[in-house]
Structures are given as structure tokens and as C-alpha cells.
Ligand binder design. Structure first.
Ligand SMILES: Nc1ncnc2c1ncn2[C@@H]1O[C@H](COP(=O)(O)OP(=O)(O)OP(=O)(O)O)[C@@H](O)[C@H]1O
Length: 249
């Protein structure tokens, strides 16, 4: 299987001088579903952002989707990279007063030639068609005309997933996508992510504190602890007891 992420010796410090992690190495293969676990402050979100160029590194190298991100990636490299990645955060970040469809169309912004395309009515219709398709993938076509602030938390998170999918990404990144949802809605959202990534062969990397979500929806689990990788194993080799080590002591 081809590698789509290869990180070596990755070190990250924030401006206050605190080192979040150092010397992290990992690879992710195409079509893998990877759960990143660890207790609060372990550095999961920071590592995700480093892997996709949202945060600069202080040391080491990352190659993601063929783009080498060193300490100073060019803005062109970062733009190319971001066009091929869909990101979903814990808080959906929808524009509350706009329709669900418009929110999904927003996922197209930032793609190459997006503003030029928007000024051509054929492309605009194409974008709406793509947004409807993404909404049907998350089972919410019937909500296309609703305002975003009329949705439940679980529905809003599914719309955020559709907004990421409308870019037809090669890599889906989800930072605690279920953390603000009730247990049933959270599980539904994770099951949806997992299914969509398997159906389309899209690589999925997500962070979670929920051991069931890690065990049920990943092929591999990477645990961060005390600034380094505690373990990086196929999920089939792991038990709840091993996962607990990532959260205690
Ligand atoms: N912008 C920032 N400036 C300074 N320190 C930061 C910043 N963002 C995060 N940190 C610190 O970096 C460390 C790792 O934070 P990060 O959010 O990556 O951890 P996490 O594992 O995702 O935590 P959680 O599970 O609570 O979301 C924490 O100590 C945090 O306080």
C-alpha cells in the first residue's frame, strides 16, 4: 500500500517555549483509518495540524500527499496540499444563518480557481449538484434548504462532513468529531466517517478520547503520551487495557 503521510523526527514547540512533542515518526498508508489517542494536552490536535501544514514544525520533516513540509513550506505547497484534504473539527463551524446547501458549497472555496468558477453560472450549478451529492452521502438531502441553525448537533456535524467531502478529498482529517455529541449521535457520526472512508478509499485520521470509537472505527491506533508515541499498532492487536495506558499515569 502506498504511503500518503511520512513523518520523521517531528518536533513542535509553541511560542511560550513549551515542547509539545519531539522526534515523532509515523507513516500512514492510503485507505487506512487511523485513530490518534491520548489524554488532554497530549498533543493530538497539534500533531494533526503539523501533518497537514496548518502549523509550522520546529524540527523534522513531513511528507503528505507528496508535498514535503519541512520547517518552511512554501505557500504554494500548502495551498496544493489543502486543496486535497477535508477537515472536520469538534465544533462544526457552520454559518448559522445560511442554508445547509450553501454551507456545503462553502467547502469548494479555496479550491484552485474557485472564485473564477463561482462567477460562471455553469460551475455554480455544478457546485450545487456536488453539494447535493455530498449531502446525500451523509443522508441529509432533505435538509438542503433548512437554515444551519435549525439542525441538531449530530445533523450539523454531518453537514460539516458533507462540506469536507464536497472537495473530494484524498485525506479526511477529523479532530474529535464526536466529542460534543451525545453517545448515540457521536457513534453515528463515527460510523458515517468510517463507512464513507471505506466506500471511497479515502484515508481517515481522527482524534478521539473514546476508546470504543478508537477500537471500532480504525485499522490502526497511534497513542501519544508525554511528548512521544506510546504505541502505534494495528487495532486488531490492541485491547482496552492497552489503550487505557495512554490515558493514565
Ligand atoms: N496555540 C497554542 N499556544 C500555546 N500552547 C498551545 C497552543 N495550542 C495548544 N497548546 C498546548 O500544547 C499542548 C498540546 O495541545 P493539543 O491541543 O495538541 O492537545 P490534545 O491532545 O489535542 O488535547 P485535547 O485532547 O485536550 O484536545 C497543550 O499543553 C496545550 O496547552
Amino acid at each position: 500500500m502506498s504511503e500518503i503521510i511520512c513523518a520523521r523526527g517531528v518536533t513542535k514547540k509553541y511560542a511560550d517555549g513549551k515542547t509539545v512533542f519531539s522526534g515523532i515518526g509515523l507513516t500512514v498508508s492510503a485507505t487506512e483509518r487511523v485513530a490518534l489517542i491520548g489524554s488532554n494536552g497530549a498533543g493530538k490536535s497539534t500533531l494533526l495540524k503539523c501533518l497537514i501544514g496548518l502549523l509550522p514544525l520546529n524540527g523534522g520533516e513531513v511528507s503528505t500527499l507528496g508535498e514535503s513540509i519541512g520547517i518552511r513550506p512554501s505557500s504554494r505547497q500548502l495551498r496544493r496540499l489543502r486543496q486535497r484534504i477535508g477537515v472536520v473539527f469538534q465544533h462544526h463551524g457552520l454559518v448559522s444563518r445560511q442554508s445547509v446547501l450553501t454551507n456545503v458549497v462553502h467547502g469548494k472555496l479555496g479550491l484552485a480557481g474557485a472564485w473564477h468558477a463561482w462567477h460562471q453560472s455553469i460551475s455554480r450549478q455544478q457546485w450545487r449538484d456536488d453539494a447535493h451529492e455530498a449531502l446525500s452521502q451523509v443522508g441529509l438531502c432533505h435538509k438542503a434548504a433548512a437554515r444551519a441553525d435549525e439542525l441538531s448537533g449530530g445533523q450539523a456535524q454531518r453537514v460539516a462532513i458533507a462540506r469536507a467531502l464536497v472537495r473530494k478529498p484524498q485525506l479526511l482529517i477529523a479532530d474529535e468529531p464526536a466529542a460534543s455529541l451525545d453517545p448515540a449521535s457521536g457513534r453515528d457520526v463515527m460510523a458515517l466517517f468510517s463507512q464513507l472512508s471505506q466506500d471511497s478509499g479515502t484515508t481517515l485520521i481522527y482524534t478521539t478520547h473514546d476508546m470504543d470509537h478508537a477500537l471500532e472505527f480504525s485499522d490502526r491506533i497511534i497513542a501519544l503520551k508525554s511528548g512521544s508515541v506510546l504505541f502505534d499498532q494495528p487495532t486488531a492487536n490492541l485491547t482496552r487495557a492497552t489503550l487505557q495506558e495512554a490515558f493514565h499515569g
